[in-house]
Ligand binder design. Structure first.
Ligand SMILES: [Zn+2]
Length: 320
């Protein structure tokens, strides 16, 4: 290679005809491929001032403002992902950091299929309806990876989703993302976290305020859901009064002591099933709790004082 001005990046096509430089690392690619997939590259290469005359290895050099990881990721998407008639298809499950890069770089470089794919994945997890959310809610109370078809997330990623929703005009993601932020430990809630790309995500004080406004309302909803345990409320159709009362009285103390920490009233009713109440008692409380959850879900935007349409208007699936 002529000269040692730049380190050679991991994307380097010997027959490429343009060099992109980020953080002193050079990537060699084909103008035609970049132009075809990205409006921004298309305009950049069409403009006579795109390169300031600098060449490297015989190719014009374009200095980028992104990190070398970002350019590497962008080029790996544009140059390597199979392109079927303009449709860029990705593996089914991607790490969260890859999806955030897809949204950020897809927006910045106007690569619409990449941007839309990222949005589809985020919407699939940060859902706009309670049933979808319930199917995917097991990640909330644990820190385990959520291995979905769309994107692998953990609870703290909700902080990044709040940021992305506000930066990229995706308000439908906000109510659930803030609800999930309300489940975070105080340290993560206030100070955020650093992702695998080295980017630190944190909530603005405005968003922390929204979470703190919502928290007591969520805790209260949990108390309302569970107060039947303390009050020993049975179904009028209870078929095993002594047994059901016994179950509730034995569970009462544990429930009471856990309530201060329960801000997750949308999580579902599997805990109710596990209690072992008779079938009519279970049914009565499940119907009531599900009704309360539906009402809470409908109120999510209000709870966090968000000025967004919620639930969002119906969207036609598969509009990519
Ligand atoms: Zn009963």
């Amino acid at each position: 290679m002529a000269g040692l001005r730049y380190e050679q990046g991991d994307i380097w096509f010997e027959d490429g005809n343009v060099i992109l430089v980020a953080e002193n690392t050079a990537f060699r690619a084909h103008k035609s491929i970049l132009s075809r997939n990205s409006k921004v590259f298309n305009e950049m290469f069409a403009s006579p001032q795109s390169a300031d005359g600098e060449t490297f290895d015989g190719c014009p050099v374009v200095q980028m403002t992104d990190t070398k990881q970002e350019i590497s990721f962008l080029l790996s998407v544009l140059c390597y992902v199979p392109d079927n008639n303009g449709v860029i298809s990705f593996p089914e499950s991607l790490p969260f950091a890859a999806v955030t890069s897809m949204l950020q770089l897809g927006s910045k470089y106007a690569v619409e299929p990449v941007r839309q794919d990222a949005i589809r994945r985020l919407k699939a997890v940060f859902a706009a309806d309670l049933d979808t959310f319930e199917d995917r809610s097991y990640c909330i109370t644990t820190d385990q990876d959520m291995d979905l078809d769309f994107v692998k997330v953990e609870l703290r990623d909700a902080i990044a989703v709040v940021d992305l929703a506000q930066s990229f005009d995706l308000p439908m993601l906000l109510p659930l993302a803030l609800y999930l932020c309300a489940q975070l430990d105080p340290k993560t809630l206030i100070f955020g976290f650093t992702d695998v790309n080295g980017k630190t995500w944190s909530l603005s004080s405005d968003n922390i305020y929204r979470v703190l406004l919502g928290l007591p309302q969520l805790r209260r909803a949990s108390i309302v859901q569970q107060k039947f345990v303390q009050l020993q409320e049975l179904s009028p159709e209870c078929v095993s009064v002594e047994n059901c009362k016994d179950i509730l009285s034995q569970a009462a103390e544990d429930f009471l002591l856990a309530l201060h920490d329960d801000a997750n009233p949308l999580s579902g009713t599997s805990w109710l099933i596990r209690m072992g109440l008779c079938f009519p008692c279970q049914g009565t409380h499940r119907v009531r709790i599900n009704k309360e959850r539906e009402e809470l879900w409908a109120d999510l935007a209000k709870i966090f004082e968000l000025d967004v349409q919620w639930p969002p208007a119906e969207e036609v699936e598969g509009n990519e």
